[in-house]
Design a protein around this ligand. Structure first.
Ligand code: F6R
Length: 267
């Protein structure tokens, strides 16, 4: 796990956008794994800016989102489809037909969505880079604590904590979904690379459990310790509970110097 601690949330977004742009530079038809949530907003803004001002193209790329609410129509502004269109896809040149979320249509059996989504990911050749955030409780996607570390895309019930964390996004009398369809932990682990962004003090404990705690279903993100290619981008606040902080900074400096001597070291 490469842990990179940057000063601010803006630095996290800019660095993440640089890595996504680099991937698209050498693999224009990259398959991106994407997420919703507040942390990703600054990244999408940076990528839109790169598209509009520096010619970054997504025309050949495709994308798979981690999750989607169950029981919320795609056209509903609260759906993750709407979020992605509004915050990102509507402002870049990606072909919307190549953007996927694990959506369950109104009269569809939700149990069929997971296997279909897994097949769609396989048909696309697998995910090159899964970009994501982390929940205050250590969830990735909507894999809440105690999720099977071998899980695949399926229906999950959101925890009270997640409902509370996300309640800020719903008005008082608006329906807040309690179920979602999410990529499983094994699905995420199949991605060839993972880029996890965390900012703000509220994430500090989950980040320390993910990076320095035991691998445990109680902190689903900790399973990333078993993935070969993970970069974790943190701002100072999200890194504030890490015990091994000096070593991460030291490693980052060494990697930067290797990069300047030998070109790209960590891809
Ligand atoms: C969203 C998702 C979630 C979020 C996480 C952090 O698609 O998969 O795991 O990444 O809840 O959300 P924010 O960034 O809003 O703190």
């Amino acid at each position: 796990m490469e842990v990179v601690i940057l000063k601010t949330a803006e630095d996290v977004a800019a660095t993440a956008a640089g890595l996504v742009a680099k991937l698209l530079g050498h693999t224009p038809a990259a398959v991106l794994g994407l997420a919703t949530g507040s942390t990703q907003l600054a990244l999408y803004q940076q990528l839109v800016e790169k598209h509009q001002n520096s010619g970054l193209s997504f025309a050949k790329a495709s994308s798979f989102n981690l999750d989607e609410y169950l029981g919320v129509a795609a056209e509903n502004p609260q759906s993750y489809r709407s979020f992605m269109d509004r915050e990102f896809f509507d402002h870049i040149d990606i072909d919307k037909q190549s953007t996927f979320l694990p959506y369950c249509a109104e009269n569809e059996n939700p149990r069929l969505v997971g296997p279909r989504y897994e097949q769609q990911i396989r048909d696309a050749g697998g995910i090159d880079l899964q970009v994501m955030g982390i929940g205050v409780n250590g969830h990735i996607g909507f894999n809440e604590p105690s999720s099977s570390l071998s899980s695949r895309t399926r229906v999950k019930t959101l925890t009270q904590q997640t409902l509370k964390d996300n309640s800020r996004l719903f008005s008082r009398d608006e329906f807040q979904p309690k179920l979602a369809i999410t990529m499983g932990i094994a699905t995420i682990m199949d991605a060839r690379g993972v880029l996890l962004l965390a900012t703000g003090e509220s994430k500090a404990e989950a980040v320390s459990q993910m990076v320095e705690g035991p691998v445990s279903a109680m902190c689903p993100a900790s399973v990333l310790q078993l993935h070969e290619r993970v970069t974790v981008l943190l701002d100072e606040a999200a890194a504030s509970d890490l015990k091994n902080r000096d070593y991460y900074d030291w490693t980052y400096q060494q990697n930067e110097s290797l990069k300047s001597r030998f070109g790209v070291f960590h891809d």
